[in-house]
Design a protein around this ligand. Structure first.
Ligand SMILES: NC(=O)c1ccc[n+]([C@@H]2O[C@H](COP(=O)([O-])OP(=O)(O)OC[C@H]3O[C@@H](n4cnc5c(N)ncnc54)[C@H](O)[C@@H]3O)[C@@H](O)[C@H]2O)c1
Length: 413
């Protein structure tokens, strides 16, 4: 089966990127050694559908080291790095992805990856699982389980589970503490600003930044905006989260009230139409918008296009929309995940924890495939703990341990 990639000659450049991140992923390095010894995925085929950049590539190498035959496919066409994909293919992994794939090509790639007939999968956002359950149902007896990376994917899986439609067990990696406390908060918090700053080359200090969604990602994005000197407004639909944002020192108001003030808007809700026609109309000239939620539905591009008389690309990853009244608004990375489509994604040290959870969850799914029910499973507590301990060890940090007396005290009533 032939890989579908842009250019294999880019492999050496991609390999350098993979080597750089691998040097900063000590937890995965420890797991790689363990997997090489124990071969937990011997004779198994694994399809990985994630953002295809260097950290993901290293995860694929770790799974391969565990004995699996591995194929990768993009979870988002704008985050694929062609050199990294080429390096994977040069290293014996199948790949079906290139940067900027059209919708049609993207779905063709998903289908090609599924022709690999995986025993286990890793998904990000649920497109692979959804394709298997809709267009490739013949694979339902073949795929024995998998793991899901993100909040949006888990929402979709839970909906499938409630409808009784989930055909194999999936582990909810996003819901592990070592995921959302670090990846969603610190990872998104840093990499979203990295994406915005490198794309726009503008100052953040003094600007009014509107963050829509104060979940784990939104908290990180707002926290880093404050650190960069921005005035931050938070928009929420959940009154508890809104209280939290207020107590964290941010202004809180509905989007329609925030829209005229914002210089930079960031949506990170997992919901659609968070910024739409009524908001575009009252935004100030020059406002910049971007999205960090999983799908490009948070900023309504259909409305934006219909309000505009012209659209042009003014810098890589910046579209300028000139509205019919002459006002100009800017959209980064076509409204797709700004940190991945206009950046390199989360820092390697953060993804070290997330992908260690992925690797150990996949091992758990492989070891327990015969007994796991076809529902969404939490990552076992021992795996979460193990990743936290390995990370502390890699940092050379030690912590206190409960004495027998303390244990007895905590258990007594
Ligand atoms: N960019 C990245 O690298 C990255 C990383 C992790 C997760 N994600 C994605 O980011 C999104 C958010 O993830 P999370 O973990 O923060 O989820 P979360 O569930 O913790 O938070 C989402 C928040 O958005 C709020 N919300 C929903 N609809 C809203 C609306 N119309 N207006 C304002 N607020 C609204 C919810 O009340 C909630 O507080 C998901 O799509 C997730 O898949 C992206």
């Amino acid at each position: 089966m032939e890989s579908l990639i842009r250019d294999i000659s880019l492999a050496p450049k991609g390999q350098m990127k993979i080597d750089w991140v691998a040097a900063h992923m000590p937890v995965l390095n420890a797991l790689k050694k363990e997997f090489e010894r124990d071969l937990p995925f011997a004779n198994q085929r694994v399809v990985i559908c994630l953002h295809l950049e260097a950290k993901t590539a290293y995860l694929a190498k770790v799974i391969q080291a565990g004995g699996a035959e591995v194929a990768v496919v993009a979870s988002n066409p704008l985050s694929t790095q062609d050199d990294v994909v080429a390096a994977l293919v040069a290293g014996g992994i199948k790949a079906f992805a290139w940067y900027g794939a059209t919708d049609e090509e993207y779905h063709h790639h998903l289908n090609q990856a599924l022709n690999f007939e995986p025993d286990f999968i890793i998904d990000d956002g649920g497109d692979l699982v959804s394709t298997i359950h809709t267009k490739r149902r013949e694979l339902l007896g073949k795929v024995r389980g998998g793991a899901e990376e993100t909040t949006t994917g888990i929402l979709r899986l839970r909906a499938m589970e409630s409808a009784g439609d989930l055909g194999f067990p999936m582990i909810a990696v996003n819901d592990a503490q070592c995921k959302y406390l670090f990846d969603n908060r610190y990872g998104t918090g840093q990499s979203v600003w990295d994406g915005i700053m490198r794309t726009t080359n503008l100052v953040v200090a003094g600007k009014t930044v509107v963050v829509a969604g104060y979940g784990w990602c939104g908290k990180g994005v707002a926290m880093r905006a404050k650190g960069l000197g921005a005035r931050v407004i938070v928009c929420e639909i959940n009154s508890i989260k809104a209280n939290e944002a207020w107590m964290d020192g941010f202004k809180v108001m509905p989007m329609v009230e925030a829209a005229p003030y914002g210089d930079v808007f960031i949506t990170v809700t997992g919901n659609k139409d968070v910024i739409a026609e009524e908001h575009f109309k009252v935004m100030k000239p020059g406002a910049i918008m971007c999205n960090a939620g999983h799908f490009d539905v948070e900023i309504n591009k259909v409305h934006l296009n219909s309000l505009s008389k012209s659209v042009q690309v003014v810098r890589p990853n910046i579209e300028e929309f000139t509205l019919k009244d002459g006002k100009r608004l800017y959209l980064l990375a076509e409204g797709r995940l700004v940190n991945l489509a206009a950046g390199d994604g989360h820092p390697a040290e953060v993804m070290d924890m997330t992908f260690a959870l992925q690797a150990l969850s996949l091992k758990y799914a492989a070891q327990n495939a015969d007994i796991l029910e076809n529902v969404v499973h939490n990552v076992p507590e021992e795996i979460d703990q193990r990743v936290a301990e390995l990370r502390l060890e890699s940092l050379g940090l030690k912590i206190d341990h409960l004495s027998e007396g303390q244990k007895a005290y905590l258990e007594a009533w």
